[in-house]
Design a protein around this ligand. Structure first.
Ligand code: UT7
Length: 320
């Protein structure tokens, strides 16, 4: 599939909660959270919504790519935390940006794998010659779906959005690898969106997670899928500049680096500042690396998402 990222953007809410703020809500500590997850603080929406963050990140990505909203043919938004069910976030972004020629839809439910699946979907459309320019966004206001009395989840998540402009490019042609295992889906759930359903337990409105099960799944499946995507594209580890992993937990990233026998420097991280932002974590990290000048032309990147479903997948792309 042929898709070249030619611009990135992100939006992070200014309001923050550090670990000490969380320790006022549940029985935990700054030391425990830092040591077990790598998270120091997370940014939380106040006046922002999933749509407003997605739109701002999208706008910044267009500026970065130097293109106008009218040039976009496709807008895809990966999210599990849209503030409304209809219209979809992508159509709302279209309205905000004035991207009048775009076809728009959301990739919902794929959570932490959402951005990789959205990128793959865009790249497939671009490869097929159906569209030329796509705007791919991950945006989450997870604080609305967080049970602030559950220390197993509220320590981890944060809000934010990231975006990438992807253009058709025949030279940047790589096959992705993706997997799903529905039989293990109960490890990470958010069961109900209808607050008027009688007899629905309060916790079902929030994200619930068997943290250990998801952790074990991630440290096994992520190295596997990276090896698989390298093999499929006839690449070796030396061909890869950076691995852009979903920012779930610092210990997961470290375990993956170790299992692949790759230096940890090839696995940039920013979860100390933002926590785990699900579908937004990969594009936020990409945008930071881009703006810091850490992505060089010809630099090969492996994007890896993993999480609810269970789902996981990897995509290779070359920097412009
Ligand atoms: O992005 C979506 C996918 N999600 C993930 O990838 C998340 C994967 N899972 C994780 O990141 C980790 O499992 C967590 C950070 C959620 C939990 O860390 P853990 O190292 O797996 O902790 P644990 O559940 O094994 O608990 C270890 C101990 C337990 O105490 P005992 O039984 O050893 O006395 C827990 O009760 O730590 C206790 N504990 C806590 N203590 C302080 C659990 N959560 C907390 C807490 N603060 N927040």
């Amino acid at each position: 599939m042929a898709g070249m990222i030619c611009g990135t953007g992100s939006y992070i809410p200014s309001y923050t909660m550090d670990n000490n703020d969380i320790a006022k809500l549940v029985d935990t500590s700054d030391e425990w959270i830092r040591e077990r997850t790598g998270v120091a603080r997370r940014h939380i929406v106040r006046q922002e919504t999933t749509v407003s963050m997605a739109s701002e990140a999208g706008k910044r990505a267009l500026e970065c790519a130097g293109i106008t909203a009218e040039e976009i043919d496709l807008i895809l938004v990966a999210t599990i935390s849209s503030n409304v069910i209809l219209p979809c976030t992508a159509c709302e972004v279209q309205k905000e940006l004035g991207a009048v020629h775009a076809t728009c839809f959301d990739i919902g439910g794929a959570a932490c794998t959402g951005f990789v699946l959205a990128y793959n979907t865009a790249a497939a459309y671009l490869s097929g010659g159906i569209y030329r320019t796509a705007l791919v966004i991950g945006s989450e206001s997870l604080s609305n779906l967080t049970n602030w009395e559950d220390r197993g989840t509220c320590i981890l998540f944060g809000d934010g959005a990231g975006a990438a402009v992807v253009r058709a490019d025949e030279k940047n042609c790589y096959f992705p690898v993706t997997h799903s295992e529905g039989a293990k889906g109960m490890a990470l759930t958010c069961k109900s969106r209808c607050r008027n359903g009688e007899g629905i337990p309060e916790e079902d409105y929030f994200i619930q997670m068997d943290g250990q099960a998801v952790f074990k799944f991630a440290v096994k499946r992520v190295p596997e899928v990276i090896r698989e995507v390298l093999e499929k594209n006839k690449l070796s580890r030396e061909d890869i500049g950076l691995y852009i992993l979903h920012q779930a937990n610092r210990r997961i990233v470290e375990a993956v680096a170790k299992r692949l026998e790759e230096p940890i420097e090839k696995f940039p991280m920013n979860l100390e500042e933002y926590g785990n932002t699900l579908s937004a974590s990969i594009p936020i990290l990409l945008d930071e690396l881009n703006r810091e000048g850490r992505l060089k032309p010809g630099h090969r990147l492996v994007l890896v998402g993993f999480g609810a479903g269970l789902t996981w997948g990897a995509a290779v792309t070359e920097w412009r």
